[in-house]
Design a protein around this ligand. Structure first.
Ligand code: FES
Length: 396
């Protein structure tokens, strides 16, 4: 059923009946969003690191679908993780013949490429059921060290859109990815996405974050929400941003990050655009479907995907990007491993994870800074992506 509230199934005590819910306090103004408890179809989602899938099949849950990832050489395949015979997960299966996986129970054997039942070990070579059934397959691509899985409806022979469609251009060069984290956290993916784009929380929840010591936290004094190229951009100062600033709301930041000689420091170069340095803007935040946040700082960009697992779990995929190479990149990588990974991708976003876990809405009463959240919801209504149904999907 497409119910309003994300399910909270963690043994909360029955609440006494409070005052009646006010009109507008639920999510009925955002019907698509309201029904998207499990996220959207027809997108590529990052899942586990590629190195985590070795010789053993790895089960994952993605937008409510159970999938097994199986490596054969350089390639990783995705299959529905349920044997159609008696429902045993194929992630328990054996790799007996090349290009196949065999269910551990009765030896039904499926082709990794097609998902078709191609042999039944316990029913002889002429088993009549061979070729007549199978499991759904999922396109898998490795990028940035992560396995991206496509969830969508493809007709036979149809190929999915290129994975690059759903990966920012800024990330297309592996060398610029300095590090990252992926972990599964409690709470619905929508809470995680809203938290990332939440106007009000950065200056309060994160007051106690050690990351603040780095003095890179944005200050949200004059802000407005605008949309550009599919990104919702939280612009910090209307006046400053009226110039056609390269990189705003686009998947590219090329000019912004170009090494530009600073006119007032002859002979010196810096990878900070002097415009940005002058403006003293520490960062800006944008978000786009299917749930990808981009926080641009003068020196680096932080990306954060909120990948729906099930109604009550979200996979946080965090990547740190810096446009440097050689010794400078290695130095930053060390800094990432020694500090940023723990302070920012750790303690800082754990504060977010905490709120995403314990919050309980709707009903809700919004205040002025929640404009960012409602802009995101409205963006989804306007874009109308295909909602992943919440009823049990049989794996086609
Ligand atoms: Fe898979 Fe029987 S349950 S082969």
């Amino acid at each position: 059923s497409n119910e309003a509230a994300p399910r909270r199934s963690r043994g909360r005590a029955e609440e006494p009946s409070g005052p009646p819910v006010q009109q507008g306090a639920d999510w009925s103004s955002w019907r698509t969003y309201q029904s998207a408890e499990l996220g959207f179809r027809n997108y590529w989602y990052p899942t586990v690191w590629a190195h985590q899938v070795g010789s053993k099949p790895v089960p994952i849950t993605l937008v409510g679908e159970r999938i097994v990832l199986i490596r054969e050489g350089d390639k990783v395949y995705g299959l529905h993780d349920r044997c159609p015979h008696r429902g045993v997960p194929l992630s328990h299966g054996r790799r007996q013949f090349p290009g196949t996986v065999s269910c551990p129970y009765h030896g039904w054997t499926f082709g990794l490429e097609t998902g078709k039942l191609c042999a039944v070990i316990t029913d002889g070579p002429e088993s009549p059921i061979c070729g007549k059934t199978g499991v759904a397959t999922y396109p898998v691509e490795e990028r940035l060290g992560l396995l991206f899985v496509y969830i969508g409806d493809l007709k036979p022979g149809e190929t999915p859109p290129p994975v690059e469609r759903d990966i920012p251009d800024e990330l297309n060069n592996n060398a610029f990815v300095m590090g990252g984290r992926t972990d599964i956290r409690r709470g619905n993916w929508r809470f995680a996405a809203e938290n990332g784009f939440d106007e009000g929380h950065a200056k309060y929840l994160h007051n106690t974050a050690l990351w603040r010591l780095f003095k890179v936290m944005p200050t949200w004094n004059k802000t407005r929400i605008v949309e550009k190229d599919g990104w919702l951009i939280r612009k910090q100062d209307e006046v400053h941003w009226e110039a056609d600033f390269p990189g705003v709301g686009k998947f590219t930041n090329k000019r912004w990050w170009k090494r530009t000689p600073l006119p007032d420091r002859p002979g010196k170069s810096d990878n900070i655009n002097p415009v940005i340095a002058d403006m003293d803007l520490p960062g800006f935040v944008s978000i786009r479907l299917p749930g990808l946040l981009r926080v641009a700082y003068p020196h680096f960009i932080h990306f954060e995907w909120y990948v729906p697992v099930d109604a009550d779990h979200v996979r946080y995929v965090q990547l740190m990007v810096r446009f440097e190479s050689g010794a400078k990149a290695r130095l930053f990588q060390l800094k990432y491993l020694a500090a940023i990974r723990w302070l920012f991708h750790g303690q800082f976003t754990q504060q977010d994870a905490w709120m995403v876990d314990v919050m309980d809405a709707p009903p809700e009463k919004l205040y002025r800074p929640d404009l960012s959240i409602t802009a995101w919801r409205k963006h989804i209504e306007d874009t109308a992506p295909v909602v992943q149904p919440t009823e049990r999907r049989p794996g086609h």
